[in-house]
Write a protein that binds this ligand. Structure first.
Ligand SMILES: NC(=O)C1=CN([C@@H]2O[C@H](COP(=O)(O)OP(=O)(O)OC[C@H]3O[C@@H](n4cnc5c(N)ncnc54)[C@H](OP(=O)(O)O)[C@@H]3O)[C@@H](O)[C@H]2O)C=CC1
Ligand SMILES: O=C(O)C1=N[C@H](C(=O)O)C[C@H](O)C1
Length: 251
């Protein structure tokens, strides 16, 4: 058997991190060498000889983690959300000075969610109206979800490329926030409800018809095949990759 990939998990005590720890421990080709949470020193990752680090922490710390890991020559798989273009640009620039190091940032590692994005990108140019609704557990700290923002950006780009204008919308008065946030011209709505895990509805409308693409993660194990695929592939993906769709050839 070839050598196992040595993996560190950041945010290991969290909802996602603890699930990743179990998934890595159960994979024959991976070896868990470090599990870090909020009070731990990032130096433990290199001290343990990790080749790949998986970050499921919080939006306020993930970028700093990535820069420190890149400096240490460790490949990184990032599931933490909250990334914007400026932060991604800083990582891209940093990686230009560290040839051979790979960082994969993916707002959603569930295969169905990535397929939903690919289907939405295909559908976007054929519909007059498009909106996104994301629905999550009430412990989620950020809104709208990284997945919904990524989806809205893809829809916005596909609409722009097809020469479509804004979705029709006569609403001009009402309570603040009633129409959600707007990402690249696409309205995005966030629901927080006890009992939910992670769900997304992508709504397309034309006169007389509607297409709904819905994805449901009922359990965090749904993200694990994508996370493990990222861990196995990131070392062969130098530079910055944004979105698991590029690993799945759906980008
Ligand atoms: N890409 C994907 O497929 C998915 C992405 N996510 C994203 O993953 C992130 C984590 O979600 P979730 O697991 O639910 O959140 P949790 O709050 O359950 O977990 C985050 C963990 O990170 C810890 N932490 C905070 N700061 C640091 C630090 N500096 N170093 C190491 N660990 C730290 C937290 O500790 P403490 O509580 O003590 O602060 C906590 O244990 C979110 O951004 C979420 O949106 C979630 C699901 C899927
Ligand atoms: O916080 C979560 O739970 C999730 N976060 C990610 C996001 O913001 O898109 C992925 C998934 O929706 C679960």
């Amino acid at each position: 058997m070839s050598e196992r990939i040595r993996v560190a998990v950041l945010g290991a005590a969290g909802r996602m991190g603890s699930t990743v720890v179990q998934a890595v421990e159960a994979a024959d080709d991976l070896e868990l060498v470090a599990s870090l949470d909020a009070s731990d020193d990032l130096g433990a990752v290199t001290a343990a000889g990790a080749q790949v680090a998986v970050d499921f922490t919080v939006p306020s710390v993930t970028e700093a983690n990535v820069h420190a890991l890149v400096d240490a020559g460790v490949h990184v798989v990032v599931g933490t959300t909250g990334w914007d273009d400026a932060a991604l640009g800083r990582v891209r620039d940093h990686l230009a000075d560290r040839p051979g190091v790979g960082v994969l940032v993916a707002p959603n590692f569930a295969l169905g969610a990535v397929l939903a994005l690919a289907f939405a990108r295909q559908a976007a140019r054929w519909f007059e109206s498009a909106e996104v609704v994301e629905l999550h557990h009430p412990n989620k700290v950020d809104a709208p979800s990284g997945t919904a923002q990524h989806t809205a950006r893809a829809i916005g780009a596909a609409r722009a490329a097809a020469g479509l204008g804004a979705s029709p919308d006569a609403t001009s008065t009402g309570l603040d926030g009633a129409r959600g946030s707007v990402v690249d011209g696409v309205h995005v709505h966030a629901v927080r409800l006890r009992g939910l895990v992670a769900h997304e509805e992508i709504l397309f409308g034309n006169a007389g018809e509607q297409l709904t693409i819905r994805h449901d993660s009922f359990d965090r194990v749904s993200f694990m095949p994508g996370v493990l695929l990222g861990v196995r592939r990131v070392g062969a993906l130098p530079g910055l990759t944004v979105g698991l769709e590029h690993v799945l050839d759906l980008g």
